[in-house]
Design a protein around this ligand. Structure first.
Ligand code: FAD
Length: 805
C-alpha cells in the first residue's frame, strides 16, 4: 500500500515519469489525437456526446487490455428494455465521474450489433445489461470482473467502482492517487516527499465515500493532493480539532491548518472549492495570470466587467456575427435552412430585448423574410435588409464585435459561442416572461439555427443529439429555460479541460455555489442536488432584460450616422459600377475592324461566335449578378482598349450585309417596329443568336433609314467593320461619330452621287427593276427593229416568188 501511495504521489508531483505514466501519456495523446478516438462508432444507446467509449471488434482489445486506466464496460443489447432504462443512468454516471477518466473510464458495447457480437461472445456475455470491471494493464486473456447485482443509480454505481478501485490489484493505475485512509505518520511526512502547495484532508467515517470521491475529482488538478483520514485517527482528529464528519481541512507544512468553508459538507462542494484554491490548476493548462487579461494578449484592450451580469454588447455582437458573418457563408438559403432562418429571425423579432433601433431592424428583417414567397433567398438580398438599404426609419443593427462578458483571454477563446449560448438563454427567459404560448418556440428556433448554420458542425451534431434525446420533455416555458440550462451544463461537463476552455473561465456546472448558493442542495445520502425552483428563479433574474447592462454600446445617433455613411458609400459604389457597366456596354457594340475583315473573308467563322457576348442585365437580375456583370465588363474593357483582336461582346452576333443597297422606304415603318422589338429583346440573355442575327439585319436596315433624330438611333452602336462595309456601299454617315470611335450613326441620305441619283430617280425601284426595264427596253427595241426590217423586205420576197413560175 505504501508503495502504491508513493508511486501515485510521485506521478502527481511531477518527479521522473514512470513507465506507466509514460504509457498513460501515450494513451492520452492517442485518444486526444483521434487515433484511438473514444467516439469511433455511434450506434445503439450511446453517442459521441455521452463520454462513453463505444467498443467495436476493432478497438476492444486496445481499449481493454494493457490500458493505463481501469475500465468499466456495459455489455447491452439495444433491444433490451432494461438496457434502455439503464442507459440514462450510465450516461449520468459518465458525466459524474468524468474527472476520473485517467484512472477509470467507462465503455459500452451493443451486443445486438451483428459486428459487435464477437466481442460479447469472447467475454462470455449471456444476459443484458452486464457490467464488468477490467483493471489497468489487464492481459488479453482477462474476462473482467462482474459487478453482480449492481445498483441502478449513479451514487451506488460510483461507490461500486470506488471499491473495485481500492481493491485494485497490482499494477496500480498510474494516474490514480492512493485511495486508502492516510495515517498520522503519512500526513506528518507528506511535505518531505511532495511539493504540492495544498494538502486537503477529508475527515470522515470509514463507511463514507466522500474522501475517495473528492480525491479522484481532483486527480486532474496540479498543486493539490487530497487524502481521506478516518474519524478513528484520533491524534490527527484532536490535533486539528475535528468535530464534524465529514469535514475538510487544508493542511500546510509545519502543521498549519484551516478548515475549508463550504455551504454543505458534501463531495460536490469540496471538489468545487478545492479546484478553485489559489495555485490549483488543471493539469496541462497554464496557470491563469491576471496580467494575461490586462496585458496585450488579445487584439483589443481588455474591458473589466462584472462576471455575474449579462451585457447587451455581447448580444448585439452575437447578432452581428450570426446574421452578417455566419449566414454569409450560405449564398443561397432554401428548404429546411430557410425555414430555420425564418423561425430564428421571428423569435429574435419577438423576444430580443434590444434597443428600439435593433428591435425595429429585426422586425424589418422578419417581415421581409415572411414576405418572400420563393423557395429560396439569396444572402445578398438578406444582407441589404440587414444593412437597412430600404431606409426603414430608426432601425439599425450595429456592425462589428464588441465582446464584454464573453471576452476571451486569447483571441480564439469564448466570444461568439459564448454569445450564442447567452443569446438563447436570454430568449428563453424572455419567452417565459412574455407568456409565449408555444413552450418550444425558442428552443426549436435555436435547434434549427444550430443545425443549419452554426459553423461548428461537431457542436451542432452534439446539440442535435441532445435535442433528439430530451427536447420532447419540454412542456412549458419554465421547462424550456431549465432544459437549455441543463444541456448547457452537459456541454460544460464534456468540455471541461478541453482545448477550447479558457483557463480564466473554467467550465463548471453553472451557476456555481458562490454565484447561487440557493441553487445547490444535498440529498439525504449526501449526494449533490440542484434545486430546480431556485435555479429557475435565478435564471429568470440573471438573464432578464432588466438586468442587461448597456456598457460599451455605441450611441444610437452614432449608429444611424454610420449606417447612413455606409449607405452613401454603397450608393457611390453602385453608381461607379453602373457607370462602368454602361461604358462597357457602349464599347461592347464596337467590333474591331480587323475582325470584321476576317469575318468577311471567312464566313464559316460566323457560327463560332454563337452565344457569346454580353447583354445589359435585365432589371430582375440580382445585385450579385450585376456585380458579376460589372466584373465581366471590367475584365472586358481593357481587352477592348488593347486592340482589335479580342472579340467584342456584341450579343454574340454579326451583322449581315443588306442584300440590296437601295433603301426601301416602303418598309421603313415595318423595320422601325422590328428594330424596337429587337432592342427590347436584346436585354434577354436567352435570345437565340440566329434570331438576333436576323433582327440585327433589321436594325441595320432601319438604322440606315432612321436618321439621328430617332431616339433609339444613337444607341445602335456599330463596329468599325460595319462602318467600313457601309463605306464600301457608299452609305457612310454624314452625321455619325468618327471612325476612331468606331461609332457609325445611321444616316438618311447616302453620300455617293450615283446612289443619290438612283435614290431620287427610282423611289420604290430596285436595281434589278431598273436593269430589267433596260433589258426589256432593249428587247422591245430589237423587236421593233426586227418588225420594221421584216415589213420592209416583204414586197421584195413576193416579187421574186411571182417571177419564178
Ligand atoms: P460558455 O459555455 O459559452 O457559456 C457562456 C456563458 O454562459 C458563461 O460565461 C456563463 O456566464 C453562462 N453559462 C455557463 N453555463 C451555463 C448554463 N448551464 N446555463 C446558463 N448559463 C450558463 N464547443 C465544443 O468544443 N464542443 C461542442 O460540442 C460544443 N457544442 C456547442 C453547442 C452550442 C449550441 C454552442 C452555442 C456552443 C458549443 N460549443 C462547443 C462551444 C462551447 O460550449 C462554449 O460556448 C465555448 O467553449 C466558450 O465557452 P465559455 O467559457 O465562453 O462559456
Amino acid at each position: 500500500m505504501a508503495r502504491r501511495y508513493s508511486r501515485a504521489t510521485s506521478w502527481r508531483t511531477g518527479n521522473t515519469l514512470s513507465t506507466n505514466a509514460r504509457q498513460l501519456l501515450i494513451l492520452l495523446i492517442l485518444v486526444y489525437s483521434g487515433i484511438l478516438s473514444p467516439f469511433t462508432a455511434e450506434a445503439g444507446l450511446y453517442t459521441a456526446s455521452d463520454q462513453i467509449v463505444i467498443l467495436t471488434p476493432e478497438n476492444a482489445d486496445t481499449v481493454l487490455f494493457n490500458s493505463t486506466a481501469a475500465m468499466v464496460v456495459e455489455f447491452y443489447a439495444s433491444w433490451c428494455g432494461h438496457c434502455i432504462g439503464f442507459s440514462p443512468v450510465y450516461k449520468s454516471l459518465a458525466r459524474d465521474i468524468k474527472e476520473w477518466k485517467p484512472a477509470v473510464d467507462l465503455a459500452a458495447v451493443d451486443c445486438a450489433e451483428e459486428e459487435s457480437r464477437k466481442v460479447c461472445t469472447n467475454f462470455g456475455i449471456t444476459g443484458y445489461p452486464t457490467l464488468k470491471f477490467f483493471h489497468a494493464y489487464a492481459t488479453s486473456d482477462s474476462k473482467g470482473q462482474s459487478f453482480r447485482g449492481f445498483p441502478r443509480d449513479v451514487k451506488g454505481l460510483r461507490q461500486n467502482i470506488l471499491e473495485k478501485m481500492e481493491n485494485h490489484q497490482e499494477p496500480w493505475p498510474p494516474a490514480c492517487p492512493p485511495l486508502e485512509p492516510a495515517s498520522k505518520a503519512e500526513v506528518d511526512s507528506f511535505f518531505e516527499s511532495n511539493s504540492v502547495q495544498h494538502l486537503a484532508l477529508i475527515f470522515e467515517a470509514a463507511s463514507s465515500f466522500v474522501g475517495r470521491e473528492v480525491t479522484l475529482d481532483l486527480l486532474q488538478y496540479d498543486n493539490i493532493a487530497v487524502r481521506r483520514v478516518l474519524s478513528t485517527e484520533e491524534e490527527l482528529v484532536s490535533r486539528l480539532g475535528v468535530t464534524v464528519f465529514p469535514s475538510c481541512f487544508l493542511y500546510y507544512p509545519g502543521g498549519n491548518h484551516t478548515r475549508l468553508t463550504v455551504q454543505n459538507e458534501a463531495r460536490t462542494f469540496y471538489s468545487y472549492a478545492l479546484q478553485r484554491l489559489p495555485g490549483v490548476v488543471r493539469a496541462g493548462k497554464p496557470r491563469p495570470v491576471t496580467s494575461d487579461l490586462l496585458g496585450n494578449t488579445t487584439d483589443e484592450q481588455w474591458r473589466v466587467f462584472n462576471r455575474s451580469r449579462v451585457y447587451m454588447a455581447d448580444l448585439e455582437s452575437t447578432l452581428h456575427f450570426s446574421l452578417r458573418m455566419e449566414l454569409a457563408s450560405h449564398p443561397i438559403i432554401s428548404g429546411d435552412a430557410l425555414s430555420a432562418l425564418r423561425r430564428y429571425v421571428s423569435v429574435l423579432a419577438k423576444h430580443f430585448p434590444g434597443r428600439p433601433l435593433v428591435k425595429n431592424l429585426l422586425s424589418a428583417v422578419d417581415s421581409w423574410l415572411q414576405a418572400q414567397s420563393q423557395s429560396e433567398i439569396s444572402y445578398s438580398d438578406l444582407r441589404d435588409v440587414l444593412d437597412n438599404t430600404a431606409e426603414v426609419p430608426d432601425a439599425a443593427l450595429p456592425e462589428g464585435q464588441s465582446w464584454v462578458g464573453c471576452q476571451g483571454s486569447k483571441p480564439h477563446l469564448r466570444r461568439y459561442p459564448c454569445g450564442l449560448w447567452t443569446l438563447f438563454h436570454v430568449l428563453t427567459v424572455q419567452a417565459k416572461s412574455s407568456a409565449s404560448t408555444d413552450p418550444l418556440e425558442v428552443l426549436q428556433a435555436m435547434r434549427g439555427y444550430i443545425h443549419s448554420f452554426f459553423g461548428c458542425r461537431e457542436c451542432a451534431t452534439h446539440f442535435e443529439a441532445m435535442a433528439q434525446d430530451s427536447l420532447a420533455q419540454v412542456d412549458s416555458a419554465s421547462t424550456a429555460v431549465l432544459w437549455l440550462w441543463s444541456r448547457h451544463n452537459h456541454v460544460n461537463n464534456r468540455l471541461a479541460g478541453a482545448g477550447s476552455e479558457d483557463p480564466h473561465f473554467p467550465k463548471i456546472q453553472w451557476p456555481s455555489p458562490d454565484v447561487c448558493p440557493a441553487c445547490h442542495g444535498v440529498k439525504r445520502g449526501g449526494e449533490h442536488a440542484w434545486k430546480s425552483t431556485e435555479v429557475l428563479s435565478f435564471l429568470l433574474s440573471y438573464f432578464s432584460s432588466e438586468r442587461l447592462l448597456p456598457d460599451h454600446l455605441e450611441e444610437e445617433s452614432q449608429l444611424l450616422a454610420q449606417q447612413e455613411e455606409q449607405r452613401e458609400k454603397r450608393r457611390q459604389e453602385h453608381e461607379v459600377r453602373r457607370g462602368a457597366e454602361r461604358r462597357a456596354r457602349e464599347a461592347s457594340f464596337t467590333q474591331p475592324q480587323e475582325e470584321e475583315e476576317e469575318e468577311e473573308e471567312d464566313p464559316a467563322d460566323e457560327e463560332a461566335g454563337e452565344g457569346g457576348g454580353t447583354l445589359e442585365p435585365p432589371p430582375w437580375v440580382k445585385p450579385e449578378a450585376e456585380e458579376e456583370a460589372a466584373v465581366a465588363v471590367e475584365r472586358a474593357r481593357p481587352s477592348r482598349q488593347r486592340g482589335a483582336h479580342s472579340r467584342p461582346s456584341v450579343v454574340g452576333m454579326k451583322l449581315r450585309e443588306p442584300q440590296e443597297d437601295i433603301v426601301d422606304l416602303d418598309s421603313f415603318v415595318n423595320q422601325h417596329y422590328k428594330a424596337k422589338a429587337l432592342r427590347a429583346a436584346a436585354v434577354s440573355a436567352h435570345v437565340k443568336r440566329r434570331s438576333l442575327q436576323r433582327r440585327e439585319e433589321s436594325v441595320l436596315g432601319v438604322g440606315l433609314e432612321a436618321g439621328p433624330d430617332l431616339p433609339w438611333a444613337e444607341s445602335v452602336d456599330l463596329g468599325a467593320g460595319q462602318h467600313k462595309r457601309l463605306q464600301k456601299r457608299g452609305l457612310t454617315s454624314q452625321y455619325g461619330g468618327s471612325e476612331e470611335e468606331g461609332v457609325v450613326a445611321v444616316q438618311l441620305y447616302p453620300q455617293d452621287p450615283r446612289g443619290r441619283w438612283m435614290n431620287v430617280l427610282s423611289v420604290g425601284f430596285s436595281g434589278l427593276d431598273i436593269s430589267l426595264c433596260v433589258i426589256l427596253y432593249f428587247l422591245s427595241s430589237m423587236c421593233l427593229l426586227g418588225m420594221f426590217l421584216f415589213f420592209k423586205m416583204r414586197p421584195r420576197f413576193r416579187r421574186v416568188k411571182v417571177a419564178q413560175p
